[in-house]
Design a binder for this molecule. Structure first.
Ligand SMILES: [Fe+2]
Length: 172
């Protein structure tokens, strides 16, 4: 399991801990003594929040439940070079309090590999811009510290343009 330091965005991976701070690799976060601090910002380990690895997506994209509407990454702008996405609805994005917020947004390729990740700090709007040049298909994922990891599903750039550019162009 991975944990995010809410102070500085450092990621603690239980499976990959370095020995440098006197912690054996594979040590669970609960087993770390209180006098060891975040290697990046020196904050307390109590400020680490879990990063859920299970991917969640809406059963029916046209009929979202409240929690789905709140968490589904949404495309705000897309062109051949970049995509800008937010989490939740543009008028009402996901909460960004310290207790409950989106901690990171990811650009993922068609093979499920993370191409780019953007960390979102408390009180920042959950918005990220990614470089998609060279990708025909991509996904946006968003990780909420309470509700897990959510994704758009695979988006084809050309198809998106066909569906969203004025009236489409169905004759050709
Ligand atoms: Fe949430």
């Amino acid at each position: 399991m991975r944990f995010l330091c809410v102070n500085c965005s450092h990621i603690y991976d239980e499976a990959l801990w370095e020995e440098t701070d006197g912690i054996e690799p594979g040590t669970g976060i609960d087993e770390i003594s209180e006098d060891i601090h975040c290697p990046s910002c020196d904050g307390s380990f109590e400020d680490f929040s879990p990063i859920e690895d299970e991917v969640i997506y809406a059963d029916d994209p046209h009929n979202l439940s409240h929690v789905e509407r709140e968490h589904m990454p949404r495309i705000m702008h897309l062109d051949d070079q970049k995509v800008e996405a937010c989490v939740g609805e543009e008028e009402e994005m996901h909460s960004s309090s310290e207790e409950h917020r989106v901690t990171a947004m990811y650009l993922v390729d068609e093979h499920g590999h993370i191409v780019e990740e953007v960390f979102i700090m408390a009180f920042e709007d959950p918005i990220a811009e990614f470089d998609i040049s060279g990708l025909d298909d991509f996904e946006i994922r968003a990780s909420c510290n309470m509700h897990g990891l959510w994704w758009t599903g695979l988006i084809n750039v050309d198809q998106y343009h066909e569906e969203h550019d004025e009236d489409g162009d169905e004759e050709s």
